[in-house]
Design a protein. Structure first.
Length: 172
């Protein structure tokens, strides 16, 4: 692209001249008295109350794509490393009861977003679904989509369950 061509990617247009925080910088945590952990409540208030209040229905798609982008950018190359990350970040207790060539099912117990909520009648964990899809896509190099089919706090299920469908290879 030559310098006179305006960027057409909406994300690049929005970010032009706007300093962003990358993953490595966000994870530089210096809190000598409070440490690395913050409460689940803070995350939920941001994810389920504040963002939904502003974006409404659009919050689900935003959370999914944010999770997916992050999942790809983490640079994870082995699924075991993702399970380790989930344990470190306390996203939930992860089980993978189906791991086939084209289909994967992931169950998240004690989900950070929703476990314990009074069911609201719709799935809530689009961020987690996107994150899982992004990681699987990066690991397998195949286009991956996740659909949340059960949800603890959204639908009253035992786990937040995600069906992942693996499609064609990513075009490089
Ligand atoms: Zn859920």
């Amino acid at each position: 692209m030559n310098s006179t061509t305006p960027p057409t990617d909406p994300a690049k247009v929005l970010q032009a001249g706007y300093p962003t925080v990358d993953i490595a910088n966000a994870l530089k945590i210096v809190r000598p008295n409070l440490g690395n952990d913050a409460g689940v409540a803070l995350f939920r208030l941001l994810r389920l109350v504040a963002i939904e209040d502003i974006l409404g229905r659009g919050a689900s798609a935003m959370a999914y794509y944010a999770g997916k982008k992050l999942g790809k950018e983490l640079g994870i190359v082995k699924l075991e490393d993702f399970l380790g990350l989930c344990a470190t970040l306390k996203i939930g207790i992860i089980e993978v009861p189906v791991l086939a060539k084209d289909k994967v099912h992931v169950d998240v117990y004690e989900c950070v977003t929703c476990s314990g909520l009074q069911p609201v009648g719709r799935p809530l964990c689009h961020f987690e679904g996107g994150l899982i899809a992004g990681v699987v896509e990066h690991v397998t190099q195949r286009r991956t989509q996740a659909v949340e089919v059960t949800c603890i706090g959204g639908l009253g299920d035992r786990s937040c369950g995600f069906d992942l469908e693996l499609q064609g290879e990513l075009i490089k």
